[in-house]
Write a protein that binds this ligand. Structure first.
Ligand SMILES: [Zn+2]
Length: 112
């Protein structure tokens, strides 16, 4: 095997190793965490005088061409944060594998 072939082999192997880790990411949630203060429906509430309720945690998700805010219950904050983080990590790995494979194709072209 020549040097160029070895390099291509190494790139592909690296991509495969990253891909192996993709299956161990746990739960995924594609969205971003946001905090909002709310105004309630009560007539004489403090929130009407500028002291809004909250902050409440939401996860903003893209659903059917629309962005929706889903309320995150208090006890779920760290879990949802983890799920959202898992997607970010997954994207990072997919980008890395993609970059490696672009490198493989470029090296093949050079050799004609
Ligand atoms: Zn209120």
């Amino acid at each position: 095997m020549d040097k160029a072939n070895r390099k291509i082999g190494a790139l592909m192997k690296k991509g495969q190793e990253i891909a192996k880790g993709l299956g161990h990411r746990g739960h995924l949630l594609k969205g971003s965490m946001v905090r909002y203060y709310n105004v309630c429906g009560k007539k004489d509430c403090r929130c009407k005088k500028g002291k809004k309720h909250g902050p409440y945690l939401y996860v903003s998700v893209y659903e059917g061409k629309k962005t929706r805010l889903i309320y995150v219950p208090r006890g779920m904050e760290s879990k949802v944060r983890e799920w959202v983080g898992n997607v970010r990590e997954l994207h990072k790995r997919v980008s890395e594998i993609s970059r490696l494979n672009v490198g493989v194709l470029r090296r093949m072209q050079k050799r004609g």
